[in-house]
Design a protein around this ligand. Sequence first.
Ligand code: HEC
Length: 197
Amino acid sequence: MEKSRVIYITIGAGILGAAIFIWFGFYDIAADKKHWKITEWFLEVVRDRSIERKISNIETPSNLDDIQIFVKAAGNYDEMCSQCHLAPGTTTNELAAGLYPTPPDFTESSFNDPARSFWIIKHGIKMTGMPAWGTSHSDEEIWELVAFIQQLPNLDNHSYVELVAKYGGSHQHADSHDDNNMDKHSPKEQGHKNHSH
Ligand code: HEC
Protein backbone atom coordinates (compact mmCIF):
# COMPACT_ATOMS: atom_id res chain seq x y z
CA MET A 1 0.00 0.00 0.00
CA GLU A 2 1.16 3.51 -0.74
CA LYS A 3 2.44 5.44 2.25
CA SER A 4 -0.03 8.31 1.74
CA ARG A 5 -2.99 5.89 1.70
CA VAL A 6 -1.95 4.46 5.06
CA ILE A 7 -1.84 7.98 6.48
CA TYR A 8 -5.33 8.85 5.14
CA ILE A 9 -6.84 5.61 6.45
CA THR A 10 -5.29 6.13 9.89
CA ILE A 11 -6.56 9.71 10.13
CA GLY A 12 -10.00 8.68 8.87
CA ALA A 13 -10.24 5.86 11.41
CA GLY A 14 -9.18 8.27 14.17
CA ILE A 15 -11.89 10.80 13.29
CA LEU A 16 -14.51 8.06 12.99
CA GLY A 17 -13.46 6.59 16.37
CA ALA A 18 -13.71 10.01 18.04
CA ALA A 19 -17.10 10.67 16.41
CA ILE A 20 -18.49 7.32 17.63
CA PHE A 21 -17.09 7.94 21.10
CA ILE A 22 -18.72 11.37 21.34
CA TRP A 23 -21.99 10.50 19.60
CA PHE A 24 -22.71 7.50 21.80
CA GLY A 25 -22.12 9.59 24.91
CA PHE A 26 -19.00 7.88 26.25
CA TYR A 27 -17.33 11.12 27.38
CA ASP A 28 -18.40 11.73 30.99
CA ILE A 29 -19.64 15.33 31.22
CA ALA A 30 -20.41 15.09 34.99
CA ALA A 31 -18.91 17.93 37.04
CA ASP A 32 -17.88 15.47 39.77
CA LYS A 33 -15.65 13.50 37.36
CA LYS A 34 -12.40 15.19 36.37
CA HIS A 35 -11.51 15.79 32.73
CA TRP A 36 -8.85 13.63 31.19
CA LYS A 37 -5.45 15.31 31.37
CA ILE A 38 -5.47 15.91 27.62
CA THR A 39 -8.97 17.47 27.64
CA GLU A 40 -7.98 19.69 30.54
CA TRP A 41 -4.79 20.73 28.75
CA PHE A 42 -6.73 21.44 25.56
CA LEU A 43 -9.38 23.56 27.33
CA GLU A 44 -6.73 25.53 29.21
CA VAL A 45 -4.79 26.28 26.04
CA VAL A 46 -8.00 27.37 24.26
CA ARG A 47 -8.92 29.61 27.22
CA ASP A 48 -5.50 31.17 27.73
CA ARG A 49 -4.75 31.77 24.03
CA SER A 50 -8.18 33.34 23.55
CA ILE A 51 -7.72 35.65 26.56
CA GLU A 52 -4.16 36.61 25.53
CA ARG A 53 -5.44 37.70 22.16
CA LYS A 54 -8.30 39.72 23.60
CA ILE A 55 -6.42 41.60 26.30
CA SER A 56 -3.52 42.93 24.24
CA ASN A 57 -5.01 46.43 23.97
CA ILE A 58 -6.58 46.77 27.42
CA GLU A 59 -5.05 49.68 29.31
CA THR A 60 -4.69 49.05 33.03
CA PRO A 61 -5.42 52.11 35.19
CA SER A 62 -2.41 53.16 37.25
CA ASN A 63 -4.33 53.71 40.49
CA LEU A 64 -5.43 50.13 41.27
CA ASP A 65 -3.50 50.02 44.53
CA ASP A 66 -5.13 53.26 45.71
CA ILE A 67 -7.08 52.43 48.86
CA GLN A 68 -9.92 54.73 47.74
CA ILE A 69 -10.42 52.57 44.66
CA PHE A 70 -10.35 49.02 45.94
CA VAL A 71 -12.45 49.53 49.08
CA LYS A 72 -15.40 50.51 46.89
CA ALA A 73 -15.64 46.94 45.60
CA ALA A 74 -15.93 45.30 49.04
CA GLY A 75 -19.73 45.06 49.04
CA ASN A 76 -19.87 43.95 45.41
CA TYR A 77 -17.23 41.27 45.99
CA ASP A 78 -19.10 39.93 49.01
CA GLU A 79 -22.42 39.77 47.17
CA MET A 80 -21.24 38.68 43.74
CA CYS A 81 -18.01 36.74 44.10
CA SER A 82 -17.42 35.38 47.60
CA GLN A 83 -19.73 32.35 47.19
CA CYS A 84 -17.38 31.02 44.54
CA HIS A 85 -14.03 32.72 45.22
CA LEU A 86 -14.30 32.71 49.04
CA ALA A 87 -13.64 35.45 51.60
CA PRO A 88 -11.08 35.84 54.40
CA GLY A 89 -11.97 33.39 57.17
CA THR A 90 -13.67 30.80 54.91
CA THR A 91 -11.90 27.79 53.42
CA THR A 92 -14.70 26.45 51.23
CA ASN A 93 -18.46 26.36 50.89
CA GLU A 94 -21.03 24.17 49.14
CA LEU A 95 -21.17 26.17 45.93
CA ALA A 96 -17.41 26.49 45.41
CA ALA A 97 -16.85 22.83 46.34
CA GLY A 98 -19.34 21.59 43.74
CA LEU A 99 -18.05 23.62 40.83
CA TYR A 100 -15.72 22.20 38.19
CA PRO A 101 -13.36 23.76 37.30
CA THR A 102 -12.86 24.85 40.90
CA PRO A 103 -12.95 28.67 41.19
CA PRO A 104 -9.58 30.06 42.31
CA ASP A 105 -9.47 31.04 45.99
CA PHE A 106 -8.73 34.77 45.94
CA THR A 107 -7.90 34.90 49.65
CA GLU A 108 -4.82 32.74 49.02
CA SER A 109 -2.98 33.76 45.94
CA SER A 110 -2.80 37.17 44.40
CA PHE A 111 -3.74 37.59 40.78
CA ASN A 112 -1.24 39.99 39.30
CA ASP A 113 -2.42 40.19 35.74
CA PRO A 114 -4.96 43.02 35.99
CA ALA A 115 -5.85 43.11 32.27
CA ARG A 116 -6.58 39.36 32.31
CA SER A 117 -8.67 39.69 35.47
CA PHE A 118 -10.57 42.65 34.02
CA TRP A 119 -11.38 40.82 30.80
CA ILE A 120 -12.48 37.65 32.60
CA ILE A 121 -14.67 39.54 35.09
CA LYS A 122 -16.26 41.54 32.29
CA HIS A 123 -16.85 38.72 29.79
CA GLY A 124 -16.89 35.54 31.90
CA ILE A 125 -15.63 32.13 30.70
CA LYS A 126 -17.83 29.70 28.80
CA MET A 127 -18.81 26.42 30.49
CA THR A 128 -17.10 27.16 33.81
CA GLY A 129 -19.71 29.01 35.90
CA MET A 130 -17.70 32.25 35.75
CA PRO A 131 -20.35 34.87 34.84
CA ALA A 132 -19.93 37.88 32.51
CA TRP A 133 -20.38 40.74 34.97
CA GLY A 134 -20.01 43.32 32.19
CA THR A 135 -23.63 42.68 31.23
CA SER A 136 -24.73 44.44 34.42
CA HIS A 137 -21.73 46.44 35.66
CA SER A 138 -19.68 49.39 34.41
CA ASP A 139 -15.99 49.11 33.50
CA GLU A 140 -15.24 51.33 36.50
CA GLU A 141 -16.90 48.87 38.89
CA ILE A 142 -15.02 46.00 37.24
CA TRP A 143 -11.63 47.73 37.69
CA GLU A 144 -12.54 48.26 41.36
CA LEU A 145 -13.11 44.50 41.64
CA VAL A 146 -9.76 43.82 39.96
CA ALA A 147 -8.12 46.12 42.53
CA PHE A 148 -10.01 44.41 45.35
CA ILE A 149 -8.95 40.86 44.49
CA GLN A 150 -5.33 42.03 44.42
CA GLN A 151 -5.67 43.23 48.01
CA LEU A 152 -7.78 40.35 49.32
CA PRO A 153 -4.90 38.10 50.45
CA ASN A 154 -3.77 40.96 52.75
CA LEU A 155 -7.15 41.33 54.46
CA ASP A 156 -8.07 39.39 57.58
CA ASN A 157 -11.63 38.41 58.39
CA HIS A 158 -12.16 41.39 60.64
CA SER A 159 -11.08 44.08 58.18
CA TYR A 160 -12.97 42.33 55.37
CA VAL A 161 -16.24 42.34 57.33
CA GLU A 162 -15.71 45.99 58.24
CA LEU A 163 -15.13 47.03 54.64
CA VAL A 164 -18.17 45.09 53.42
CA ALA A 165 -20.36 46.77 56.05
CA LYS A 166 -19.03 50.18 55.07
CA TYR A 167 -18.99 49.90 51.28
CA GLY A 168 -22.29 48.72 49.89
CA GLY A 169 -22.87 45.44 51.69
CA SER A 170 -26.49 45.52 50.56
CA HIS A 171 -25.45 45.56 46.91
CA GLN A 172 -26.45 49.14 46.39
CA HIS A 173 -23.75 49.75 43.83
CA ALA A 174 -21.52 52.53 45.06
CA ASP A 175 -22.97 55.83 46.14
CA SER A 176 -20.50 57.70 43.95
CA HIS A 177 -22.17 56.80 40.66
CA ASP A 178 -24.53 59.55 39.72
CA ASP A 179 -24.35 58.85 35.99
CA ASN A 180 -26.66 56.71 33.94
CA ASN A 181 -25.20 53.48 35.28
CA MET A 182 -26.99 54.18 38.51
CA ASP A 183 -30.35 53.72 36.81
CA LYS A 184 -29.39 50.24 35.65
CA HIS A 185 -28.91 49.14 39.22
CA SER A 186 -31.87 50.71 40.92
CA PRO A 187 -34.19 48.16 42.51
CA LYS A 188 -37.10 49.65 40.57
CA GLU A 189 -35.43 48.97 37.23
CA GLN A 190 -34.48 45.43 38.25
CA GLY A 191 -38.01 44.73 39.40
CA HIS A 192 -39.30 46.03 36.12
CA LYS A 193 -36.94 43.75 34.18
CA ASN A 194 -38.11 40.69 36.07
CA HIS A 195 -41.74 41.41 35.32
CA SER A 196 -41.13 41.71 31.63
CA HIS A 197 -40.37 37.99 31.26
C1 HEC B 1 -20.79 30.84 40.24
C2 HEC B 1 -19.39 30.90 40.58
C3 HEC B 1 -18.60 32.14 40.30
C4 HEC B 1 -18.92 33.43 40.66
C5 HEC B 1 -20.16 33.92 41.37
C6 HEC B 1 -17.79 34.23 40.27
N1 HEC B 1 -16.83 33.44 39.69
FE1 HEC B 1 -15.00 34.05 38.99
N2 HEC B 1 -14.60 32.16 38.36
C7 HEC B 1 -15.41 31.07 38.57
C8 HEC B 1 -14.75 29.89 38.03
C9 HEC B 1 -15.29 28.49 38.06
C10 HEC B 1 -13.51 30.32 37.51
C11 HEC B 1 -12.42 29.45 36.88
C12 HEC B 1 -12.61 29.33 35.40
C13 HEC B 1 -11.49 28.52 34.77
O1 HEC B 1 -10.77 27.79 35.46
O2 HEC B 1 -11.34 28.61 33.55
C14 HEC B 1 -13.46 31.76 37.73
C15 HEC B 1 -12.39 32.55 37.33
C16 HEC B 1 -12.26 33.89 37.67
C17 HEC B 1 -11.10 34.70 37.36
C18 HEC B 1 -9.89 34.24 36.55
C19 HEC B 1 -8.69 33.94 37.43
C20 HEC B 1 -7.52 33.64 36.51
O3 HEC B 1 -6.76 34.56 36.19
O4 HEC B 1 -7.39 32.48 36.09
C21 HEC B 1 -11.34 35.94 37.88
C22 HEC B 1 -10.41 37.15 37.83
C23 HEC B 1 -12.64 35.90 38.53
N3 HEC B 1 -13.17 34.64 38.37
C24 HEC B 1 -13.20 36.96 39.22
C25 HEC B 1 -14.49 36.94 39.73
C26 HEC B 1 -15.10 38.10 40.37
C27 HEC B 1 -14.42 39.42 40.62
C28 HEC B 1 -16.38 37.72 40.69
C29 HEC B 1 -17.45 38.57 41.28
C30 HEC B 1 -17.76 39.82 40.61
C31 HEC B 1 -16.53 36.33 40.29
N4 HEC B 1 -15.37 35.91 39.72
C32 HEC B 1 -17.69 35.58 40.50
C33 HEC B 1 -16.63 31.05 39.18
C34 HEC B 1 -17.29 32.16 39.69
